[in-house]
Design a protein around this ligand. Sequence first.
Ligand code: FAD
Length: 471
Amino acid sequence: MYDVSIIGCGIIGSAIAYELSKYKLSTVIIEKENDVAMGATRANSAIIHAGYDPLPGTLMAKLNVRGNALCKELCEKLAVPYAQIGSLVLAFSDEEVDTLNELYDRGVKNGVPGMKILSYDEAKAIEPNIADNVKAALYAPSAGIVNPWEFALALAETAVRNGTEIMFNSPVESVNKKDGYYEIVCGDKTVTSKYVVNAAGVGALAIRDMVLPHSYDSLPSKGEYYLLDKSEGDRVSHVIFQCPTASGKGVLIAPTVHGNLIVGPNSVSCEEGDTSTSADDLAFVRNSALKSVPSTNFRANIRNFAGVRPNTSSNDYVIDCDDGFFEAAAIKSPGLASAPAIAEYVVDMMKQNGVELIEKDSFIDTRKHVRFKELSHEEREKIVKEDPLFGRVICRCETVTEGEIVEAIKAPITPYTVDGIKRRCGAGLGRCQSGFCGPRVLEILSRELGLPPEKIEKDKTGSYIVKKRRT
Ligand SMILES: Cc1cc2nc3c(=O)[nH]c(=O)nc-3n(C[C@H](O)[C@H](O)[C@H](O)COP(=O)(O)OP(=O)(O)OC[C@H]3O[C@@H](n4cnc5c(N)ncnc54)[C@H](O)[C@@H]3O)c2cc1C
């Protein structure tokens, strides 16, 4: 029997696992997909929000601002791409200038550092490509950008190095309270643990309904995006928002940590797993973005994608506990920015509710990630001498070497898919979107894992690439 089972390995399950792995506990993460962060955490705007949006007094407000500071610390410690680039909210009318003042007041109450309301001239001086009809802007220097997927991987990987187990391909079908423990049925496996943490994202309500009376509704909402080529990557140098509306923070434009430009999202009600995009919705995203930055070149688009927000009828995060069943549910935006603070909060709640937490003598709290293209000439020469696989470039668009791919395969959480390598190393993230390197990555996975090519999948379970070999 485990002490704790965490259901869901998105940013929230990973952050809680990381936090719990500091203590002498046996913990298992149960994840229905074949890799970490396959839900909302892999398809979002990747912004570490400053924290002026949530209403003062809510859990969201408190955990966003604390989370913002913790994200910066953790990303540095765990080698996760992150940059504190600051954000601007643009106002185009007098009413919107009033909204900026409201956001500023909220931010002050929430404890957001360093905010300023900028005039048109001041905003234009730091962000020359914004529209000429901008009236004013709210500047928040603590906002940042991150690689959200690698953030979740880094947290989960560190938890694993500290003793946490992960079960992939294990959809939880029932959670039963027994005498002093829980029995969790996931596919053909049964797990028992003293405590359960529900961090199943958009699936969290279904898990809660297995254990507790139904008390709120799930209202998933889709956000669609453009990802533009690196040629557009310096179109803006801050996260550019418009004023928020009832349906959310609106369409933003921001550089990504990989040097691309991300544009989106809209907000459309949808079913739980619907990550489709449509021409009409994308036209809305494009037109909204052009209002902020008219020179954005959408011909440089290399990919469209969508993510599903785990929105619910609750206005705040649902972080609660009942008889050993802990919940971190309804974690909508700014859930990514809040994640490390949510984890601290949940672990503190566990402590208050009788979970014995004894600190480990040795906790591994560092992580290395070699990115060949970021090394100096001397460093490259040295690493190629030590391991010639770093001298073979597999992805030419992103300069990713075979050495990096093999290192990712040998890491504590093994990737089994071509997209798993893309997310870990960046091979396939570039302009050709893995058209050239995809088959070579498949070969390397097949060789290193000792699996035939027809067993290697592209992404989610069942997405096979090679149907059968010619005889
Ligand atoms: C379009 C969009 C834009 C956003 N932009 C931002 C942003 O810029 N900044 C920000 O801070 N936040 C943003 N968010 C919010 C943020 O992405 C989420 O708050 C966060 O990713 C939620 O993490 P999670 O771990 O709760 O959920 P998820 O990442 O969805 O993880 C839940 C995991 O549980 C697993 N699971 C579900 N059901 C089961 C089951 N029955 N058995 C086993 N496993 C199960 C899933 O497979 C999944 O891996 C955005 C969200 C969206 C969709």
